[in-house]
Design a protein around this ligand. Sequence first.
Ligand SMILES: [Ca+2]
Ligand SMILES: [Ca+2]
Ligand SMILES: [Ca+2]
Length: 354
Amino acid sequence: MHYRFRAIRYSISLFAFIFLFLPISIHWEAFRFFLQATRQWCLSVLSGNSLADASRESARFLANNPTRIPAFISVHRVTAASPTCTISAPTGGATVSGASTSVTANATGATSAGTPRSVQFYLDVDPVAAYADIINGATDTQGFPAPGFDENGLLPTAHRLGTLDTTSPYGITWDTLATANGSHTLSCVTKNRYGQMTLGSPVSITVSNGDTTPPTIAQVTAVPSVSRDNTPNYTFSSTEAGTIGYTGDCSSSTTSATASNNTITFNTLARGVHSNCSLIVTDSSSNPSSPLSVSSFVVTYASDLNQDRSVDILDYGLLHSNYGTANAAGDINFDGTVNVLDYGVLHAEYGGTV
Ligand SMILES: [Ca+2]
Ligand SMILES: [Ca+2]
Ligand SMILES: [Ca+2]
């Protein structure tokens, strides 16, 4: 019985659909009252100017509302012309910057009945794709949002700029710092009480906020994990020139970085573990890089030739075997020669551990 009733309702719907598609002009408020009172049973299609529009809208409503099969489908042409929307500020070709750029639009209706009710601004909307969105139905005729569209029934949110403005004069404040420098377009969409929407012509502008990109820095050559040198070198790369800042145990007389590899020499470090060193490069526009953490290292005794963190007979053996050469493996005082002076340092540090 239920299916039979539904079949009858479908038949009635089809019948009504075919014969009620007429250019009926009725007072909108009276019609809306009727709609509110009967919305469970009557789907009213505000068509454009073709039967195809009405057919598409009806089919989409039925697809989106399978439990709300209407008994009647009435079709009404909207007689008001679509509203228009133009960006009034910034003007085309303008260069904008900062966190508080005012974006305004003029939205007008051809008739008082078609007065715009809202404006939504968009950034970098492709007009062709946007019109496709509108034509495909961002909202159904009773105000129910179509799948994938917001309740406002406008375009998808990806390119929305600010929130829907429902109060004239229409405008928003745009934080251009969130937008990449370069050319962009601003667009507005206005909508009237009938749901008719128009995308205004895009306005091309340029965002210019100077350099907002911080340098990127990375470790190239770490300090050896055990260093006999208490003023070790350290090499890092930077994508930009800038000023080097040091934190932790490490510091250096080098405070300028170039946009390449940079080798710095740390100021004299105490013997022991240094695990808290980091550095930052700040570019000329005061954009600081993320801190670069220097890999942990140990400064041991200069006499710890085998770098096992203790000065003992093993180091004595290395010194002895390299004696009289220029081998770094036995050069404790870093003077390029292994001689009695190195013995003197080893003697003084003998027995030390870190
Ligand atoms: Ca920069
Ligand atoms: Ca040693
Ligand atoms: Ca030496």
